[in-house]
Design a protein around this ligand. Structure first.
Ligand code: CP
Length: 323
């Protein structure tokens, strides 16, 4: 008896929908995505060949570097029996007609006629919304600048469920670049549904945007802010580490002033509660020492692998193709 398939009524919750921001997802939609990901993971583990997206095409449009998100989306589509067309470029190396000055809106208007679902990453906050405005097919935000990264947050929640069996009641410390970090901007909106206490750990220059912290507090979520990593680790059930992102800073000087602010090493892990998990959306630079990889709770590589079933669930649910 494998993981259950969502019911036809449940599947209606995401059919035809865009996935642009974690803030927009209801708890019912979140639970549906978790259930569907578990269903697909069961199929993957048992090597069941899937044809749910047979004959469908996904546009994989990445205007910013990516390893995990692009490749796990493309793997997810192929695991579902579907096909993929790709643009993978950066502002420094454009190969699509963006180089000729075509707007994202116009490009999506055209690509929407070629495919059944669109996955888009851009360095510009709000780009996924612009794509959704142009498209009739579902658009999934694979990261828009300093804005949102909802599919990362969904796989983060899935990872916590797999590692701990629950999310409710967890105390989560979020560490690093909370100002520009789209992964944490998304994750807090999903943790909120489970009533998790949160500790924000950052240098003062990289604090979580005030409007997000205020919104969480207004909704009754307990949020602490500190720059004391060891004190936070001593209390946390989950430590969510993020990279200080050089590419987001207005100047090299500002980046240099905060880079290497925190490094999670064996001395930090030594003060952790028993069973604490360490998550990281990756890529890692040097904010987690390589020696920490052998710690049982170091879940970040398992976390990255969870991107495939989560993205299978999103592709099949938004297009109404869970079969
Ligand atoms: N976590 C994440 O978004 O990784 P990539 O930038 O490699 O996609």
């Amino acid at each position: 008896m494998g993981a259950p398939k969502p019911t036809p009524e449940e599947m209606e919750l995401l059919k035809g929908q865009d996935v642009l921001s974690a803030r927009d997802l209801s708890f019912e939609q979140l639970q549906l995505i978790m259930k569907t990901a578990a269903y697909y993971e069961d199929a993957l583990v048992n090597k069941r060949r899937l044809y749910d997206m047979d004959g469908k095409i996904m546009a994989s449009l990445f205007f910013e570097p990516s390893t995990r998100t692009r490749l796990s989306f493309e793997a997810a589509m192929q695991r579902l029996g579907g096909n993929v067309i790709t643009v993978s470029e950066t502002p420094q190396m454009q190969i699509s007609s963006t180089a000729k000055g075509e707007t994202l809106y116009d490009a999506i208007k055209v690509i929407d006629g070629y495919v059944d679902v669109i996955v888009v990453r851009s360095p510009i906050k709000g780009a996924a919304q612009e794509a959704a405005d142009a498209a009739d097919h579902p658009v999934i935000n694979a990261g828009d600048g300093t804005g949102q990264h909802p599919t990362q947050a969904l796989l983060d929640i899935y990872t916590i469920i797999k590692e701990h069996g629950r999310v409710e009641g967890m105390k989560v410390a979020l560490l690093g670049d909370l100002k520009y970090g789209r992964t944490v901007h998304s994750l807090v909106y999903l943790l909120k549904h489970y009533g998790c206490d949160m500790i924000f750990v950052s240098p003062p220059q990289l604090k979580m945007p005030e409007e997000i912290t205020a919104e969480l507090r207004e909704e009754g979520i307990k949020v602490e802010e500190t720059d004391d990593l060891k004190a936070a680790v001593a209390e946390a059930d989950i430590l969510y580490v993020t990279r200080i992102q050089r590419e987001r800073f207005p100047s090299q000087e500002e980046y240099e002033s905060v880079k290497d602010s925190y490094i999670v090493n064996d001395q930090v892990v030594a003060v952790a509660k028993k069973g604490m998990s360490i998550l990281h959306p990756l890529p890692r630079v040097n904010e987690i020492a390589v020696s920490v990889d052998s710690y049982t709770g170091a879940a970040y590589f398992r976390q990255a692998h969870n991107g495939v079933p989560i993205r299978m669930a999103l592709l099949a649910l938004t297009t109404g193709n869970v079969r």
